[in-house]
Design a protein around this ligand. Structure first.
Ligand SMILES: [Zn+2]
Ligand SMILES: [Zn+2]
Ligand SMILES: [Zn+2]
Length: 149
């Protein structure tokens, strides 16, 4: 899903990435990243736990790890229309957003968004200096479009 040559550092080895970011490398941490890596849709904490049955981590532990990974830009939390918080793996280290298919739930990462200019204008109208933004993007993936809903 990630093309363009950047952002391979975490894929090359989760242990390396963890170590470099100053985390203790634990099998649990590696498992959480792997579970998210292998999913093409966002997962909530329970779903992540159920996919790593060999580790008896508790929800609070997994949740805390996810928060730390989010701080590194490795994962992002996304609130679904059901108000449940789910997590998705970020592949790009550059500015990107995630688009989710409303039909099948699949999620894809897209680099850039071209909003810089618009946000600058919005900033000057509000007097704020806009420092960051979040976008929740929904649509129909190519397959679901073809299936012609
Ligand atoms: Zn992301
Ligand atoms: Zn779809
Ligand atoms: Zn953006």
């Amino acid at each position: 899903m990630s093309r363009g040559g950047t952002g391979t550092k975490a894929c090359a080895g989760h242990a390396d990435g963890l170590r470099r970011a100053g985390f203790r490398v634990t099998p649990q941490r590696q498992a959480i990243l792997k579970v998210l890596e292998e999913s093409d849709r966002p997962l909530n904490v329970e779903e992540i736990l159920s996919r790593m049955p060999e580790y008896r981590s508790g929800i609070p532990t997994v949740y805390r790890n996810l928060q730390q990974f989010a701080g590194q830009g490795w994962v992002e939390s996304i609130i679904g229309s059901d108000q449940v918080m789910r997590f998705v793996r970020c592949h790009s280290t550059r500015h990107h957003h995630h688009v989710q298919c409303e039909e099948c739930g699949r999620m894809v990462e897209v680099e850039g968004c071209g909003l810089a200019k618009a946000l600058e204008a919005l900033g000057s109208r509000s007097g704020f200096r806009i420092t960051r933004h979040q976008l929740q993007l929904f649509g129909l993936c190519p397959e679901c479009q073809r299936r012609g809903r």
